[in-house]
Design a protein around this ligand. Structure first.
Ligand SMILES: NC(=O)c1ccc[n+]([C@@H]2O[C@H](COP(=O)([O-])OP(=O)(O)OC[C@H]3O[C@@H](n4cnc5c(N)ncnc54)[C@H](O)[C@@H]3O)[C@@H](O)[C@H]2O)c1
Length: 335
C-alpha cells in the first residue's frame, strides 16, 4: 500500500459531503473514487461535480467494491452508527461525521465493532485541528493558567425555520437525535472536553423555545471538571442573529478566550500575550456552511497516515464517544 493512494467513497451527497470531497481532493495521497446516496441522481450529480469515477446504485454496491479503502459517512445522523458498522464489517476504514451515534449504546457498539474488525474509524471533530484550540489545550495541560476556576462554553446560535424545514430530518428525534447540542453544539462540547478534560454533569436544563421541532433549541448545563474547574455550557439555535462560539478558560494565573476557533485573549502567568483579536472571524453561528474544508483535510490526513502506520489515529471511536456521552447525560438530566 505504501506510496499508493488511499481510495475514498462518500456515502450521503448533501451539504457536508462537499467539504469531504474538497478535503480529499486537497490531499496528495487520497483519491475520491465514488459516491452513493439514497437518491441515485444525487450520487450521479455529486460524482460528476467532483470528478469521481463511480456513482454506485446502492451503499451495498460501494461496500462491495474492493478498490475502496475508506468510506466517508455523510448521511443524516440517525444512520451513522449502522452505516459505520456496515462499512467496518465490509473491511473498510471509516471517516464518520459527527455525531458518531445518537445514543451511548450505539456509540459503544461502533467502538466494539472497531475493536473486533481492527479497522480504523475517525469521528469528525475538526475543531481539534485548529491551531489555537490545540495551543489552548497544551497550555491547560501544562498548568499555564494556574488553578482553573472556570471552563465555559457558549454557543448561542441561530438556525432559521427554513433550515429545519429543509432536508426532512433536521430537528427530528429519530434522525437528528437532539438539536442545539447534538447537532450544532457537539463541536464546541468536544472542543471543551478536549481542552479541559473529563467533566461531571451537575445539573442541566433544555427545552424548545421557538422552533417547531421535536428536539431542544436551547440548553444549559453546569459541570465540574476533574481538574477542579466549574464549567457551564450554553447552546441554542433560537437566538437571532446568533453569537460566535466562545470558550473561556479562566484560572488563578491567566486565561484564554477563544472566539470561534481563534484566540481573542491569552494571558499566561500575568503576561498578556493576545488581547482583543479584532479580526472578523467567519463562523457557523447562523450559517452551517460558513467554514472551510481545511480542518476536515487535516483530520483525514491523520487517518491516512494512521492507515499507513506513520501516525497514531488522533480521534478514534472512543474519543468521538465523549461528547455524545455528555450530551445524552444532559438530555437525561433535563427530563
Ligand atoms: N462536521 C461538520 O461541521 C458538519 C456540518 C454539517 C453537517 N454535519 C453532519 O453531516 C451529516 C449530514 O448533514 P448534511 O447537512 O450534509 O445533510 P443533508 O441533508 O444536506 O445531506 C444528507 C444526504 O444524505 C442522503 N441520505 C439520506 N439518507 C440516506 C441513506 N440512508 N443512505 C444514503 N444516503 C442517504 C440524502 O439524500 C442527502 O443527499 C449530519 O450528520 C450532520 O450532523 C457535519
Amino acid at each position: 500500500m505504501l506510496n499508493e493512494k488511499i481510495n475514498f467513497g462518500i456515502l450521503g451527497c448533501g451539504m457536508i459531503s462537499d467539504f469531504h470531497a474538497r478535503a480529499i481532493a486537497s490531499l496528495e495521497d487520497a483519491c475520491l473514487l465514488g459516491a452513493a446516496d439514497f437518491d441515485i441522481s444525487r450520487a450521479e450529480q455529486f460524482a460528476d461535480k467532483h470528478h469521481a469515477l463511480k456513482a454506485y446504485a446502492s451503499y451495498e454496491d460501494m461496500l462491495a467494491d474492493d478498490e475502496i479503502d475508506v468510506i466517508s459517512i455523510c448521511t443524516p445522523s440517525g444512520f451513522h452508527a449502522e452505516n459505520a458498522i456496515a462499512a467496518l464489517r465490509a473491511n473498510k476504514h471509516v471517516v464518520l461525521e459527527k455525531p458518531m451515534a445518537l445514543s451511548k449504546e450505539d456509540a459503544e457498539r461502533v467502538v466494539r465493532v472497531c475493536e473486533e474488525t481492527g479497522k480504523l474509524l475517525t469521528v469528525i471533530c475538526q475543531l481539534r485541528f485548529s491551531e489555537d484550540i490545540a495551543r489552548t489545550k497544551e497550555l491547560v495541560s501544562a498548568g499555564a493558567f494556574g488553578k482553573l476556576a472556570f471552563c465555559n462554553l457558549s454557543m448561542k446560535y441561530w438556525r432559521s425555520p427554513e433550515y429545519y424545514a429543509g432536508g426532512g430530518w433536521k430537528g427530528t428525534k429519530k434522525m437528528d437525535g437532539g438539536g442545539a447540542l447534538m447537532n450544532q453544539g457537539i463541536h464546541g462540547v468536544d472542543a471543551l472536553l478536549y481542552i479541559a478534560g473529563e467533566a461531571n454533569l451537575i445539573a442541566a436544563k433544555s427545552d424548545t423555545l421557538l422552533h417547531s421541532i421535536e428536539v431542544e433549541d436551547r440548553a444549559v448545563a453546569l459541570l465540574e471538571f476533574a481538574n477542579g474547574a466549574f464549567g457551564t455550557i450554553e447552546a441554542s439555535t433560537c437566538v437571532n442573529p446568533g453569537f460566535e462560539r466562545r470558550i473561556e478558560i479562566a484560572g488563578t494565573d491567566g486565561c484564554a478566550v477563544l472566539k470561534e476557533s481563534t484566540l481573542e485573549k491569552l494571558v499566561v502567568g500575568g503576561k498578556v500575550i493576545i488581547d482583543g483579536n479584532k479580526e472578523e472571524i467567519a463562523g457557523t453561528a447562523n450559517d452551517p456552511s460558513a467554514m472551510g474544508h481545511e480542518l476536515h483535510a487535516k483530520q483525514i490526513q491523520n487517518l491516512i497516515r494512521a492507515i499507513r502506520g506513520e501516525e497514531k489515529l488522533l480521534i478514534d471511536a472512543r474519543e468521538g464517544q465523549r461528547a455524545v456521552r455528555l450530551i445524552t447525560d444532559i438530555y437525561e438530566a433535563s427530563k
